[in-house]
Write a protein that binds this ligand. Structure first.
Ligand code: GDP
Ligand code: MG
Ligand code: ZN
Length: 238
């Protein structure tokens, strides 16, 4: 299970959640969104926004300080299950785990005035929770990167994937191709522009990673053949 933590407040960013969701789907884990620091603001408007962008993903509003949503969260953390907690530094991941543990086991940090959290969690850590589940605390987004493989965007952006079936070209990238149903949906207002922009950005990142992976693969292949050729030459001499 992948718990995507995002705090309520002015820094709340649906685009970041889309990105985390892409990472979650790539991992093969089932995603659950945690709306953290629920003690700071009315959670309903955030839940409404999430329902629009991640309709199929459960959302739990939690507060590691006040204890909101802890029972609901525990219902996901079943015996034998492992969850990884990801999200920006300072959203309250370690505080939440401490609450689940009922102890101050993990260091937590003050949030900088810039809104950026300090990286008080410096490494990943697997923690056994009472109840028999396990949870992995992570230091923040630096650890969480998109990697190529699988139809990840298609799952995280199922709406765009559905529209894409009606594009004229089957390999349409929804950028400026004629007969693109995605571009048409955006122009007609049915698809949110910033959601499409984020989709394109993630698509570009995935492509860059695929290209890098491809170069690495070719270099490895070349090295392998060099070794084989050298061995063959030696063999011929001897
Ligand atoms: N108001 C409020 N503050 C919180 C909550 N959880 C964490 N914090 C504060 O946010 C800061 C960062 O918390 P931390 O757990 O270290 O975040 P992490 O970087 O995601 O592990 C600390 O100052 C916490 O006291 C919460 O539920 N409500
Ligand atoms: Mg932490
Ligand atoms: Zn298209």
């Amino acid at each position: 299970m992948v718990l995507l933590a995002s705090a309520v407040g002015p820094d709340f960013n649906p685009r970041r959640i889309e990105r985390l969701l892409t990472v979650a789907y790539q991992s093969g884990g089932a995603p659950v969104v945690l709306l953290t620091k629920a003690d700071l603001d009315e959670v309903l408007p955030y839940e409404r926004q999430l329902a629009a962008i991640v309709p199929a993903v459960p959302v739990v509003a939690v507060s590691g300080l006040r204890g909101d949503g802890i029972q609901e969260l525990r219902a996901y953390l079943l015996r034998g299950k492992t969850a990884v907690l990801i999200g920006s530094s300072g959203v309250g991941k370690s505080t939440l785990i401490n609450h689940l543990l009922g102890a101050e086991s993990l260091p937590t940090g003050e949030v900088h005035r810039s809104g950026q959290g300090r990286h008080t969690t410096s490494h990943r850590q697997l923690i056994k929770l009472p109840g028999g589940s396990m949870i992995i605390d992570t230091p923040g987004l630096r650890e969480v990167q998109i990697w190529a493989g699988g139809d990840t965007l298609g799952v995280a952006f199922a709406d765009i994937d559905d529209l894409a079936r009606r594009c004229r070209f089957t390999d349409c990238r929804h950028r400026q191709e004629p007969g693109c149903a995605v571009i048409a949906a955006e122009a007609g207002g049915a698809l949110d522009t910033s959601r499409l922009t984020n989709y394109r950005k993630l698509q570009g990142e995935l492509r860059a990673i695929e290209v890098r992976a491809d170069i690495r693969l070719r270099l490895e292949e070349r090295r392998k053949w060099k070794v084989i050729h050298r061995a063959v030459r030696k063999g011929n001499k001897g």
